[in-house]
Design a protein around this ligand. Structure first.
Ligand code: UTP
Length: 476
């Protein structure tokens, strides 16, 4: 009884006493689980977040436009000199890969609510012909890198409490896709709160509605001690393996050029601590975060926070002044992550989402409209802390088409088309003839396994020049 009273006092102090509503109906195990969950939550911190991000002014990030400038970007090479310079950067990146100094981190802890797929998003069958999963495509790229450079980069997969077991099972069922070293690490969690009141939601009787703490949770999770036994943290393990540089990407983009040596080389040559790839934003209202310079430091402003005058500003040539759209592909120095987690906590943002919850009468409510605020950290908030950085332009047709929605933009249909278009162009570069629709798209599915060719260059010599591609094809 005293136990319940202590808990109740602690929760009441923060206006969250309702979390004990089902206490009397729970058995001992249920009470212990609830008490442990409550103990894992920092309610002082949560109350501050609710005051700021749910009830207060901080719900919308303020941008001081006077301090914002366009950022310097390493643009796509146009001249021979620029191309030669890129080649030198590529060589530096290739040396790092051959020396085994590069590790790969994929974040796959998101809930994938918009896609609505019943399983971890990484297990979604996205190959336009093969139906290979996102995880398979990524893993095959890592295996292919190992073959090319003689050292396979270790792969670190961030999961959430919700999808960890299913993710590990999936890799085991597929013999880890031939990977030499893959390690799964679980990200942190935060309670979800009611959008109107800030009350923590219950997911079931005596069960707090917890959600993953955003892709920014990667940094703390990489530094956290390994769960089972006394495994070292991922960061320490990377250190032991001689990994200095981390290539970070998000599971939902099958086009990502994993551990792109040019990007790694440009980052290393600049002695950068964190770097990022950008694409040219096409219209002021395109929904992509923009990289800007604030007081001499790089910062990403989310599309929803970018003030209209900045979004619409144009330079003398008539191009958008703030065009550098982030595609969530980063390179980070391991030492930077290590330094940062010790001294700096990334800020939390609010994400308004639909979260099922236990109603007053004990019934499970599945809301039709967003009803809750989740608190998430964003990886790119680490950028202003970096002592050096490089922003590198890439071509969206080559490297960016994320799977977000079940239909419409960024859906399986658009991803299939974009992949077929890219692989079609690789085949053309290898001398094959590929039919195109009047709008330039390829009229059927084309797919190339990373194990067959990792890029257009590698495909050359593997396809008979003059071959006409007439129907769906999967090269593997
Ligand atoms: P999104 O923000 O697009 O979220 O994540 P999502 O979970 O995939 O989809 P919705 O918003 O619920 O529909 C971008 C990337 O960051 C990862 C996701 O797995 C995805 O690769 N992520 C996101 C995490 O790893 N953890 C998080 O807490 C959030």
């Amino acid at each position: 009884m005293a136990f319940k009273q202590d808990l109740a006092e602690r929760l009441e102090k923060h206006g969250q006493g309702h979390l004990l509503r089902s206490w009397d109906d729970l058995d001992d195990a249920g009470r212990e689980a609830l008490a442990a969950e409550v103990a894992s939550i920092d309610f002082d911190h949560l109350s501050r977040l609710v005051a700021e991000l749910v009830k207060g002014e901080g719900a919308r990030a303020e941008v001081d436009t006077d301090r914002v400038r366009p950022i310097d970007v390493v643009r796509m090479p146009q001249t021979d000199a620029e191309r030669a310079d890129r080649r030198r950067a590529t060589e530096a990146g290739e040396e790092a890969l051959a020396a085994g100094e590069v590790g790969v981190v994929v974040v796959a802890g998101g809930s994938g609510t918009r896609l609505g797929f019943p399983g971890p998003k990484g297990t979604f069958p996205i190959g336009p012909v093969s139906s290979a999963s996102l995880f398979q495509i990524h893993a095959e790229k890592v295996v292919a890198l190992g073959r090319r450079y003689g050292k396979q980069p270790p792969l670190y997969v961030m999961t959430s409490h919700e999808n960890h077991d299913a993710t590990v099972r999936f890799f085991e069922e597929h013999d880890r896709f031939g990977l030499d070293h893959v390690r799964f690490f679980v990200q942190g969690r935060m309670p979800a709160v009611d959008l109107a009141t800030g009350a923590v939601l219950l997911a079931g009787p005596g069960q707090v509605a917890m959600s993953p703490d955003g892709h920014g949770g990667t940094l703390a999770a990489l530094a956290a001690p390994g769960g089972e036994g006394c495994k070292p943290s991922c960061l320490d393990e990377m250190g032991d393996r001689g990994v200095r540089t981390l290539f970070y990407f998000q599971v939902d983009n099958p086009m990502v050029e994993i551990a792109d040596p040019t990007f790694i080389g440009l980052h290393r040559r600049a002695d950068a601590e964190m770097s990022l790839k950008v694409i040219e934003k096409l219209a002021p209202d395109e929904k992509v975060g923009v990289v800007v310079d604030v007081d001499g430091r790089p910062q990403i402003i989310e599309y929803s926070d970018l003030p209209r005058p900045l979004a619409e500003a144009r330079n003398e040539e008539g191009q958008l002044a703030y065009w550098a759209g982030s595609i969530a592909i980063h390179v980070l120095e391991r030492s930077f992550v290590q330094r940062l987690v010790g001294v700096h906590r990334l800020p939390f943002h609010r994400a308004v989402k639909k979260v099922p919850y236990l109603g007053e009468a004990g019934e499970l409510v599945r809301p039709a409209e967003p009803n809750a605020v989740k608190f998430e950290q964003f990886i790119f908030d680490a950028l202003p802390e970096a002592r050096g950085y490089v922003v590198v332009e890439t071509d969206r047709a080559v490297e960016f088409e994320p799977l977000k929605n079940a239909v419409g933009p960024d859906s399986p249909a658009t991803v299939h088309q974009r992949m077929s278009d890219l692989f079609g162009s690789w085949l053309e570069q290898a001398g094959a003839v590929v039919p195109r629709r009047p709008d330039g798209t390829v009229p059927f599915a084309v797919e190339i396994s990373p194990l067959f060719a990792l890029d257009a260059h590698e495909l050359k010599g593997k396809v008979e020049p003059g071959t006409t591609i007439e129907r769906p094809i999967y090269l593997r």
